[in-house]
Design a protein around this ligand. Structure first.
Ligand code: SF4
Length: 512
């Protein structure tokens, strides 16, 4: 009896040998299909380094599969037969190979998954087992809850994974969360390690040339590309972090410093999100580092929470709420994204630092994204769809399932508080406390209403005043509104006027 043949589509963020749709692959009669398509590379203007990372890692992965004896049909971007979209390539190869079955692991992007489903092909879909929590499991957990809370979900994941648990199921250290210990600014004299860098090999150099030729209009430089593109390189990056970054990561994960784009951050999120690293192994390594006494509990717990708590939680929310989630705009924002987000051309030093390093490395850490560029977009009332597109385009690790909830929900509070219980709005004082940015700024963080006052200050109070109807009833905002109510009316008016002036400048396309 002839064995059934199958076509197994592997996407650019599915580069894991233990991917569900690669299990039980029969090297005699099955074919893996991998395609570089213009639609995925350009539906938003992705940073050229991000396109390079994905295409290069795909090519290396295809080569590794072939070395294991797997048949791979690999379609390069400039292949004259390339139809330019995943569903069309799938249809083309189905017609050419006539497989008995098509296998695909669920996508990381609702739009792409829907477009494949719209083909009408009979497909065996596989759950993405690289995540700790399946879509179905998350839906069950969320069922009947009016508002979700990451902290409770995270505890479930700790119990499920048995990470940092005592024998009786209680959390090691007597608490589930040590976040309060992870908010230190960087003291003078503390130097982060030099970043681990990976020199492009021949495959990557080919891809760099391809990307330079085809995506010249996309924002961001290619010259500094140094990301890991294979499993071995990603492992080397992770090992480097375990040796040199992890011990201080907990304390300084929220800190920011001029001309220090990486500090103690692992910079592994892109490698993890495309499948070059394994979530469970990373968590196990971090737990082992704690148990061996080489790192403190707050560093271990903080790292593990990011992975099995927040990362899994936002993925669950994404699949639970799409496609309507993408249209959220609770504050009714309509302001266009300022041009300086794409150029870094602003006098605000914090914004310039965060944007310029994003253009240079396709990277900024979570607090730069949340409390600098994101905070500004929230305070300035930028249309959520525009800031979401910017984050998706500019960051190496941004895929829709992780970018959209983080930006639309966490940064912009545009889902009306479904994901987070309050908006993460802050004045310049927060940025001053957590960085040295203000010392090198054209604006004075100590001022709010003068011509040289920090724009974050008046925009913060303007945001609170203009959205009082919606936010005053929020218990977690009560203290902030108490402070506003205790302010002189003349001060309130001056803040409002300065905020109006700055917003008018943005509307006129001016930078400041
Ligand atoms: Fe940013 Fe304001 Fe500080 Fe300047 S003064 S760096 S704009 S927070």
């Amino acid at each position: 009896m002839n064995k059934a043949s199958s076509l197994r589509l592997i996407l650019g963020d599915q580069l894991s040998f233990d991917l569900a749709s690669l299990q039980a692959v029969d090297i005699e009669c099955d074919t893996v299909l991998m395609v570089e398509v213009m639609e995925e590379a350009s539906h938003v203007p992705h940073h050229p380094q991000k396109i390079t990372l994905i295409f290069s890692a795909m090519r290396h992965f295809a080569e590794a599969l072939q070395q294991r004896g797997v048949k791979v049909q690999y379609v390069k971007l400039d292949d004259p037969e390339n139809t330019g979209s995943v569903p069309r390539e799938l249809e083309r190869w189905r017609a050419l190979l006539r497989p008995d079955e098509i296998h695909i692991t669920e996508c990381g992007d609702w739009r792409l998954e829907q477009s494949i489903k719209d083909c009408g092909l009979a497909i065996k879909w596989h759950s993405d087992s690289r995540f700790l929590c399946s879509r179905a499991e998350f839906f069950t957990w969320a069922n009947g809850k009016k508002q979700l809370r990451m902290e409770f979900f995270y505890r479930e994941m700790r119990r499920k994974s048995r990470l940092l648990l005592n024998g009786d199921g209680s959390p090691v250290g007597g608490a589930w969360n040590f976040d309060a210990e992870n908010r230190k600014a960087l003291p003078k004299g503390v130097r982060p390690p030099s970043p681990a860098r990976f020199t492009p090999d021949a495959i990557t150099r080919d891809v760099l040339a391809l990307v330079a030729k085809n995506f010249a209009s996309h924002y961001g430089t290619l010259d500094t590309f140094d990301y890991p593109v294979t499993h071995a390189e990603a492992q080397a990056l992770w090992d480097y972090f375990l040796d040199w970054g992890l011990a201080a990561f907990g304390d300084y994960q929220d800190a920011m410093a001029c001309n220090e784009p990486f500090l103690f951050h692992a910079r592994i999120s892109a490698a993890l999100n495309i499948g070059l690293l394994d979530l469970r192994q990373l968590c196990s390594d971090v737990e082992s580092a704690y148990l061996s006494g080489s790192i403190a509990l707050n560093a271990a717990e903080g790292f593990i929470r990011q992975l099995i708590g927040w990362r899994e939680y936002v993925r669950g929310v994404y699949w639970l709420k799409m496609p309507d989630y993408a249209d959220g705009n609770a504050f009714g924002n309509s302001r266009s994204l300022p041009e300086f987000y794409w150029t870094g051309d602003t006098q605000m030093n914090c914004m310039r630092q965060a944007i310029n390093q994003s253009l240079e490395h396709a990277y900024a850490h979570h607090i730069q994204r949340l409390m600098v560029t994101g905070n500004f977009a929230l305070l300035a009332g930028i249309a959520p769809s525009q800031i979401c597109e910017w984050y998706l385009a500019i960051y190496m690790d941004a895929f829709d399932w992780v970018e959209l909830p983080n930006t639309l929900g966490m940064v912009m509070h545009a889902d009306g508080g479904y994901l987070g219980s309050k908006p993460y709005c802050a004045s310049g004082q927060y940025i001053k406390r957590m960085s040295d940015y203000c010392r090198g700024c054209a604006y004075k963080v100590s001022e709010s209403t003068t011509g040289d006052a920090c724009p974050f200050n008046s925009l913060y109070w303007h945001f609170l005043m203009r959205h009082g109807d919606r936010l005053r009833g929020n218990q977690r905002m009560a203290m902030i509104y108490k402070n506003l109510d205790h302010m002189d009316e003349s001060k309130q008016q001056a803040l409002w006027r300065r905020g109006e002036l700055l917003l008018a400048k943005l509307d006129e396309g001016q930078s400041f």
